[in-house]
Write a protein that binds this ligand. Structure first.
Ligand code: SF4
Ligand code: SF4
Length: 144
């Protein structure tokens, strides 16, 4: 299992990509408290997200189309407390096991959605929500 017992910086780009479980939780709009800097998620998804199968509809051009699209880095995996507890990058950074539904363990790229561990069916597109109304859609994750 290539993700165990290694420094995050030693992963190849292909290995790093495979580590993502495809939950799409990081594709949701977030709000930050100006005073405390605490970050909360909303159920409002990026306009490029296919919210049923949790795929980015323009993955190759995503950073040009969505400037705040997140590229998780090793440093972020270690320190970004706002990443969901279930995020595979966080788990590996903490030396924890991947959950049994992770595609790297199931061999099925759709297993995160099938296990009910993604945002599939639970979100709405930002195309339908005014930015000033994001705070009406704040959610919390259930920890793994
Ligand atoms: S939260 Fe983590 S595991 Fe889930 S899609 Fe984002 S980067 Fe991938
Ligand atoms: S551009 Fe694609 S990968 Fe980036 S946040 Fe939007 S849906 Fe997710």
């Amino acid at each position: 299992m290539f993700w165990q017992g290694r420094e995050l910086e030693d992963f190849s780009s292909s290995e790093w990509e495979q580590l993502c479980d495809g939950c799409a939780k990081c594709c949701l709009n977030k709000l930050e408290d100006e005073d405390t800097e605490a970050v909360v998620f909303t159920r409002v998804a990026c306009r490029l997200l296919d919210s049923e199968n949790c795929r980015c509809t323009d993955y190759d051009k995503r950073h040009g189309l969505v400037p705040n699209c997140i590229q998780v880095t090793p440093a972020m995996a270690r320190s970004a407390l706002w990443l969901p507890d279930s995020c595979a990058y966080r788990l590996v950074a903490q030396g924890r096991d991947l959950p049994h539904w992770h595609p790297l363990l199931t061999g099925d790229i759709n297993s995160t959605v099938a296990a009910g561990e993604s945002v599939s069916g639970r979100v709405l597109s930002e195309e339908y929500v005014h930015p000033d109304g994001l705070d009406e859609h704040i959610i919390t994750w259930v920890s793994v």
